[in-house]
Design a protein around this ligand. Structure first.
Ligand code: IVH
Length: 674
């Protein structure tokens, strides 16, 4: 029996913490320090571990974010999470209804009852309850296996953590997590204030928030949920119709979209659709269509499924939105690796819920296809969260002032020659590390986590550094001073010190990271690793030729040419020399044994790691396998030579079995490495 004193103390702690949570997570204005907050939490946790009966679903120990996880684990869905077939026109809906009559063998004259629901534009989630307690929540993933996002879903206030006694002993509830427009606007305002990138739409923002390893961040985002169906369910009598299922879920405390409606036949569906098209602009969340579901659950069973979607439901999508506007001019953007992309600058138009003023024209072929000129009137389309595109040019509105666009033969930023690559679709500036446009992006890439891993140099800071000429090439990062940094907008004493510390720390690096950081066209993280393992030093790589490079697994003629061209450009050589002169160093890899990849024991073998290992991390295992010449990939196919199965392995182990691919466990892995 817990004494009254302890109960009171627990209650007080709960109230206090809830108060501070609201200040911290909702109002963004904490009154106490993190340290004081942690003290309260620690006391709560220690009380609850001594007296487990104090743990109620509403205790702050159960709700608000917890410390960051290392990675998401996987959860296999007990019933697959399906997608929906799409329809776009009244004919499509008629066809759907007629097919359903045939499949269920019911006369066409009989009118079906449908549940009409808004199609919420967020992310599907499965939430499992056992003995009326939330046990886990998972993303849809590939429909069979999703990611465990329990810690983040628990931070969403409208998700019940416990259900009333009447709820089935086992109940899986499915629904859509979304970010209301209001929360989206607030989030983007705060992202911009912190010099971080804004999210393009509420769906992406919701996805980004749910995919946080640190659920304290998720807790600060305004996510919400509407549930729309049940999955696994231990109570066979739970409901006989979809509408009854939703009613029951409401009674158990789940939020259900208030706009759902039972309608009669195709006419009822189309009528509902029209009403919702009108309502849509007034809603405070995004919907991208209507879902019609046969209301009778038994009939649903009769209708069954095709491949990945039920026959008894259809998503009637709202049309992609199109608007007409004028092309002010066409210019080009220079990407990180010099890729030159033409962009149409438009008279801003509001289409599909966003204002569009720039649209990529991709490449020369696309410009030729559209026949687009500056001054032209064009149709812009934006469908769902797809990037806006130009659909066509309205030639009847072309005036004599329209100007044809010529692809530049020199980079508009650094004037270096532009070369065409491959079949001519890609044009690239050859300026490399001396091109200012490339430099900004090159620096951002150089400092990124998987490259040199330097903290504190966000996009806005890099922009200032380049604009103030404090940095011309990535090598100049290593001559920045505290004085220079602390003067930057958004920086002060402390952030300058932190950034400098991080810069210094990054000097001791690995060759693979350094090569990746240099941003050689088409050399990603794993190619960079391969090059490091094969050449051991940057000089040996720099003096190799295309033929030698092509002898390595996975390096084709284009990548080989890119590497040779990169090291042959004198300005790149200068930058590399400066980096090394300014103290960047890496452990030289002993390549006597590895320079010839053919001699490596695992040469030519493709290995997949799944699950976790007790003697090393997956990243370590990957590295060691690569050092022995294996190619380590993330998905299992017939071509996989071996799957190494650790603890809590998910679908990859099953897939290996299905495909008859060889497998081994941690012991086998260790034996192999030895
Ligand atoms: S029912 C088998 N109902 O749409 C039934 N889905 O395109 C599948 N969605 O993955 C789900 N609103 O994320 C259903 N009212 C609604 C929905 C809805 C949005 C999403 C869901 C699903 C996707 C399929």
């Amino acid at each position: 029996m817990v004494s009254k004193n302890i109960r009171d103390r627990h209650q007080l702690l709960c109230t206090e913490i809830q108060h501070h949570n609201a200040l911290y997570y909702t109002d963004d204005s904490p009154e106490i320090s993190d340290y004081e907050y942690d003290q309260l939490i620690n006391e709560l946790l220690s009380l609850e571990s001594k007296f487990p009966e104090l743990v109620t679903p509403n205790s702050p120990s159960q709700r608000v974010g917890s410390k960051p996880l290392d990675e998401f684990s996987q959860i296999e869905h007990q019933m697959p999470m399906l997608s929906l077939s799409n329809g776009f026109s009244a004919e499509d809906i008629l066809g759907f209804d007629q097919r359903l009559h045939k499949e269920t063998d019911i006369d066409q004259s009989e009118v079906f009852e449908y549940m009409a629901e808004p199609k919420l534009d967020g992310l599907a989630v499965s939430i499992m309850y056992e003995d009326q307690r939330l046990v886990y929540a998972a993303t849809r993933g590939d429909g069979r296996v999703g990611e465990d996002i329990t810690h983040n879903v628990k931070t969403i206030k409208s998700v019940p953590l416990a259900l009333p006694k009447e709820a089935p002993r086992r109940l899986e509830v499915r629904g859509e997590i979304f970010m209301p427009f209001k929360g989206f606007d607030q989030l983007n305002a705060s992202q911009l204030a912190k010099n971080k990138k804004a999210f393009v739409n509420p769906r992406n923002a919701a996805a980004g928030s749910l995919r946080q390893l640190d659920s304290r961040i998720t807790a600060k985002r305004h996510l919400d949920i509407f549930v729309y169906s049940i999955g696994v369910n231990s109570d066979a009598e739970f409901a006989v119709t979809q509408s009854q299922a939703l009613e029951n879920l409401k009674i158990f405390g789940f939020p259900v979209c208030p706009l759902v409606e039972v309608v009669q036949g195709v006419d009822g569906c189309l009528n509902y659709y029209e009403q919702m098209e009108i309502k849509r602009p007034t809603l405070d969340y995004e919907i991208d269509g209507i879902v019609y579901k046969l209301n009778d659950l038994k009939l649903q069973q009769v209708a069954g499924f095709i491949a990945k979607a039920p026959r008894w439901a259809l998503a009637h999508k709202f049309p992609a939105q199109e608007k007409s506007t004028i092309v002010r001019e066409i210019d080009v953007q220079v990407g990180r690796t010099g890729a030159i992309t033409p962009v149409a600058r438009l008279e801003p138009v509001f289409v599909g819920g966003v204002t569009v003023s720039n649209v990529t024209l991709h490449n020369k072929t696309e410009i030729a296809r559209l026949g687009i000129r500056e001054g032209d009137t064009v149709i812009v389309r934006r469908a769902g969260d797809v990037i806006p595109q130009i659909v066509s040019v309205n030639l009847s509105k072309r005036t004599n002032d329209s100007v044809e666009f010529h692809f530049p033969s020199n980079c508009p930023v650094c004037n270096s020659p532009v070369i065409a690559e491959g079949d001519g679709a890609i044009s690239r500036c050859t300026g490399g590390l001396i091109c200012a446009a490339q430099v900004k992006q090159a620096i951002t890439h150089f400092v990124s986590r998987k490259a040199m891993n330097i903290d504190g140099l966000g996009e806005k800071i890099v922009e200032q550094l380049v604009e103030k000429s404090l940095i011309e090439t990535v090598a100049d990062i290593y001559s920045l001073t505290h004085e220079q940094l602390k003067e930057l907008e958004g920086f002060g004493e402390k952030s300058a010190t932190n950034a400098l510390e991080s810069i210094t720390k990054s000097k001791e690096t690995e060759l693979g990271r350094l090569l990746f950081a240099l941003g050689i066209p088409q050399v990603g993280e794993s190619t960079a690793q391969l090059l490091a393992q094969s050449f051991g030093t940057i000089n040996k790589l720099a003096s190799s030729d295309a033929q030698t490079l092509m002898a390595l697994p996975d390096i084709g003629p284009v990548v080989a040419e890119n590497i040779v061209a990169f090291f042959n450009a004198p300005h790149n050589a200068d930058v590399i020399k400066l980096l090394l002169d300014r103290g960047v160093s890496y452990e030289v890899i002993d390549v006597d044994s590895v320079v010839d990849p053919n001699s490596l024991p695992l040469n030519g073998k493709t290995v997949v790691l799944t699950g976790s290992f007790s003697s090393m991390s997956r990243a370590e295992a990957k590295k060691k396998l690569q050092q022995l010449g294996a190619k380590v990939t993330s998905s299992v196919s017939k071509k996989t030579s071996l799957v190494i199965i650790g603890q809590d392995a998910g679908s990859k182990a099953t897939k290996a079995e299905e495909l008859g691919v060889n497998t081994t466990d941690e012991e086998g892995l260790i034996a192999m490495l030895n």
